[in-house]
Ligand binder design. Structure first.
Ligand code: DX5
Ligand code: ZN
Length: 224
């Protein structure tokens, strides 16, 4: 087991929720024990799928969702949407390095607007890009599927990458969360947690379950 100082966070990805009842679905997972709402933004350009924009984030806030909203931007370019999501009530805003020309500027913009900044790496992207910007990050998110769709299988080589990221964060001494996104289920949660993740995005495993409370309790127990 790698060192891990942060509390565990379960962040249901509402990509797999019933979009016609999004507010109720968020309430349901939060009262079932989830800690944060993961909000997947896709633009049919950076990824081949189209989901939700800042108006939906604002609507969830107006509906009364108080928990942190973890906005995962799979869009290109990113800067204008960073501003719109900050204004719409996002807590974390995470961006992919390939989606901005000026990574340092985009990450700084997120913090300047009062949000927590995240960097997201696709499975095939090396950790090398992290070293330079680690001090700009509140969250490092490692994708364990190729972005664009829920319900895909966990890519197992990402476990090794998680271990490397955990080492890098611990060596820095910085308070950066290590999040994992894609194919996380009850059955692989022990391995994913042991590799050093402290923040777990879970979509289809939660929203496809008959009882949210039961599946979230099983995910937390499996994470230890
Ligand atoms: C994929 C998204 C994920 C996805 C997770 O591009 O970023 O958040 O919805 O869903 P599952 O847990 O079903 O892989
Ligand atoms: Zn995501």
């Amino acid at each position: 087991m790698q060192a891990r100082s942060n509390d565990l966070i379960i962040a249901p990805s509402i990509l797999s929720a019933d979009f016609a009842r999004l507010g109720e679905e968020c309430d349901a997972v939060l009262s079932a024990g989830a800690d944060m709402i993961h909000f997947d933004v896709m633009d049919n350009h950076y990824v081949p799928n189209l989901t939700m924009g800042p108006m939906v984030c604002r609507s969830l806030r107006e509906y009364g969702i108080k928990a942190p909203i973890d906005v995962h931007l799979m869009v290109e370019p990113v800067d204008a949407l960073i501003e719109q999501f900050a204004a719409a009530g996002a807590s974390y805003i995470s961006i992919h390095p390939e989606a901005t020309r000026h990574l340092d500027r985009s990450l700084s913009l997120i913090r300047d607007l009062g949000c927590k900044a995240g960097l997201v790496l696709n499975p095939g992207t090396s950790l090398d890009v992290v070293a330079q910007v680690l001090s700009r990050l509140d969250m490092l998110l490692l994708m364990s599927v190729n972005p664009g769709f829920g319900g895909q299988s966990f890519i197992s080589y990402v476990l090794e990458k998680l271990r490397g990221a955990r080492e890098m964060i611990d060596e820095s001494g910085l308070p950066v969360r290590l999040e994992v996104d894609g194919g996380v289920k009850v059955h692989n949660m022990p391995d994913v947690a042991a590799a050093g993740a402290d923040t777990f995005v879970v979509g289809s495993e939660i929203f496809g379950a008959p009882c949210y409370k039961d599946v979230i309790a099983r995910l937390k127990a499996a994470a230890g």
